[in-house]
Ligand binder design. Structure first.
Ligand code: KIV
Length: 271
């Protein structure tokens, strides 16, 4: 007799029901099998294979250089690890802006080659046609508004977005449009908490905030940031739950010392 309890997969419907119940949704990024195994096992509802992999995995300054092939590689590793979480994958810069057919082809590749459960795409009304076309193929779409890092060269800075009424109003309209098109959720990045509250309350679909305050329906952080692996990165919105940089640094230093002093391996650690 098997004692293994079947794990119930989180779906976009589960996420919707959580909003209705007022239950907060937890989302974290992961880009590889080992990290995704821990994130999933710890009960995270959504794993985002973010294009922030461009920064934290590849060391680029922005999210722009990462390719669709690279996103598929990261996503397929995460999908193999995730037993419970819903796996959402970013459409990277340059894989959807050309036209809606290109957007659909990119989303199909992510679903087919990586086995993802949904895609995320940055932008509002200007990408409505692409969002619609992807949804028509039965692929769930998560929106992303506010600070959209793929547009960093347009913004010029990573500071808080939608502080002024014109941009706030566009964000309200974009959020309603994404909901109307059929998105199952929207990431709100770095916008005033008051605006995020208003948008979250006005929508039937859940909002997931990063630097958008406590009234969003869920929260997302980049795993390397919340674990303290990115030593120098400490924006106001980030709660650092560990200091893995120092913990790993010390462990590796001890290993190096042991190898050089010939105290590793010892007699018990050999055959
Ligand atoms: O790429 C990413 O990690 C993201 C989150 C910051 C929301 O889009």
């Amino acid at each position: 007799m098997s004692v293994n309890k079947e794990i119930k997969r989180i779906t976009t419907n589960t996420i919707q029901e959580m909003k209705v119940r007022g239950e907060k949704i937890s989302m974290l990024t992961a880009y590889d099998y080992s990290m995704a195994t821990i994130v999933d096992d710890a009960g995270t509802d959504i794993i985002l294979v973010g294009d922030s992999a461009s920064n934290v995995m590849a060391g680029h300054e922005t999210t722009l250089p990462i390719t669709l092939d690279q996103m598929i590689y990261h996503a397929s590793s995460v999908v193999r690890a995730a037993k419970r979480a819903l796996v959402v994958v970013d459409l990277p810069f340059g894989s959807y802006q050309g036209n809606s057919k290109e957007a659909l082809n990119s989303a199909i590749r992510i679903m087919k080659e990586a086995g993802a459960h949904a895609v995320k795409i940055e932008g509002g009304v200007e990408i409505a046609e692409s969002v619609s076309r992807i949804l028509t193929a039965g692929i769930p779409v998560m929106g992303h508004l506010g600070l959209t890092p793929q547009s960093i060269y347009k913004f010029g800075t990573y500071t808080v977005r939608a502080k002024h009424e014109a941009e706030a109003q566009k964000l309200r309209e974009d959020a309603l449009k994404l909901q109307e098109l059929g998105c199952f959720g929207i990431v709100l990045e770095k916008i005033p908490a008051k605006l995020a509250k208003e948008v979250s309350e006005s929508l039937q679909i859940p909002t997931i905030g990063i630097g958008a305050g406590q009234h969003c329906d869920g929260q997302v952080l980049v795993i390397h940031d919340m674990l303290g692996i990115n030593k120098g990165f400490k924006p106001r919105f980030l709660r650092q739950y560990s200091n893995l940089y120092d913990i790993m640094h010390d462990a590796i230093k001890n290993y190096n010392t042991d190898v050089k002093s010939n105290s590793f391996p010892n007699e018990k650690e050999q055959y």
